[in-house]
Design a protein around this ligand. Structure first.
Ligand code: FES
Length: 254
C-alpha cells in the first residue's frame, strides 16, 4: 500500500538468562506508519511463524502506556526516540522508509533476560514489597474532605505516582541505578498524610532492598529522568536521599 514502509530490524534473540544472545536480522515490508511499534512486532512474529521460525518474545499488557510492561531498547534508547512515550504508544510514523531499527532488551544485572526482549523485573516487586505500601485497616472509605492535603503536595505526589515501574530509568542509567523508580515510590507516600506513620521505616527498607538487588548508585547524569516515559523528575531522588538520611538519623538516635 502507498505510504507503507520497508524496514530492516536487528533484534536481540536469547533463549534464556544462561545462554549467550545475539542479533538476528529481519526484513519487514508493508509496515503502515499508523502501526504501533508493538503491532509492527506482531506482524514480524506472524511472518516468522509462517516461515516456521520462532517468534520474538516481548512483554506487553495494556498497550496504552499504563502498565509499564513494553520494555524495549530501541535504537539505543529505552522506549525509542520520543520523549514521554512508552514503546506501545510509539508509532511507526516516527521512523522512515528504509530505516534499520535495532531492538534490545533492558540491560542490567538486576534485570536478567528471560527470553529475547523479556527481562525479569521481580527486583522491582521486591523493592515495593519491602516498604512501598501503607499498613492500614481499610474499613469504609472516609469522606474525601476529612483529610486536607495542600494542592502542591497532592500534585507532586500525583506526579511521582505516575511511575509505571517499566525500568527505563535503570536501562538508561550507566550505573543501572533504580533511584528514580524507588524515589518515586517513596515520594508518592512521603508527600501524603496517609504515608507518614511508616515514613522512616519505608525509606530505610526500600533503599536497603534496592541495594541488595544489585542496582547501582546515582551519579546525577539525569538520563533516567530524560528517558522516563512518564517524565518523573530527579527532584524525587533528592527527596529520597533526605528521607533516607532523616530515617537513619532518627533510628540511630533511639
Ligand atoms: S504495554 Fe502497557 S505500558 Fe506499554
Amino acid at each position: 500500500m502507498e505510504g507503507n514502509m520497508s524496514l530492516s530490524l536487528k533484534v536481540w534473540r536469547q533463549s534464556n538468562k544462561d545462554t549467550a544472545g545475539g542479533f538476528e536480522n529481519y526484513k519487514l515490508d508493508h509496515v503502515s506508519p499508523d502501526m504501533s511499534f508493538l503491532e509492527m512486532f506482531d506482524v514480524l512474529n506472524e511472518q516468522l511463524i509462517e516461515e516456521g521460525k520462532e517468534p520474538v518474545a516481548f512483554d506487553h499488557d495494556c498497550r496504552e502506556g499504563i502498565c509499564g510492561a513494553c520494555s524495549m531498547y530501541i535504537n539505543g534508547r529505552p522506549h525509542g526516540p520520543l520523549r514521554g512515550v512508552t514503546t506501545c504508544q510509539l508509532h511507526m510514523r516516527s521512523f522512515n522508509d528504509g530505516d534499520t531499527i535495532v531492538v534490545e532488551p533492558w540491560r542490567a544485572k538486576a534485570f536478567p533476560v528471560i527470553k529475547d526482549l523479556v527481562v525479569d523485573r521481580d527486583s522491582f516487586d521486591r523493592v515495593i514489597s519491602a516498604g512501598g505500601f501503607i499498613s492500614v485497616n481499610t474499613g469504609n472509605a472516609q469522606d474525601a474532605n476529612s483529610l486536607p492535603i495542600p494542592k502542591e503536595a497532592a500534585d507532586e505526589a500525583f506526579s511521582a505516582a505516575a511511575c509505571i515501574a517499566c525500568g527505563a530509568c535503570v536501562a538508561a542509567c550507566k550505573n543501572a541505578s533504580a533511584m528514580l523508580f524507588v524515589s518515586a515510590k517513596i515520594s508518592q507516600l512521603a508527600l501524603l498524610p496517609q504515608g507518614q506513620a511508616e515514613r522512616s521505616i519505608r525509606a530505610e527498607k526500600m533503599v536497603a532492598q534496592m541495594d541488595a538487588e544489585g542496582f547501582g548508585n546515582c551519579t546525577n547524569t539525569g538520563a533516567c529522568s530524560a528517558e522516563c516515559p512518564k517524565e518523573i523528575g530527579q527532584i524525587n531522588i533528592a527527596r529520597m536521599n533526605r528521607e533516607y538520611l532523616g530515617a537513619k538519623f532518627s533510628s540511630s538516635a533511639v
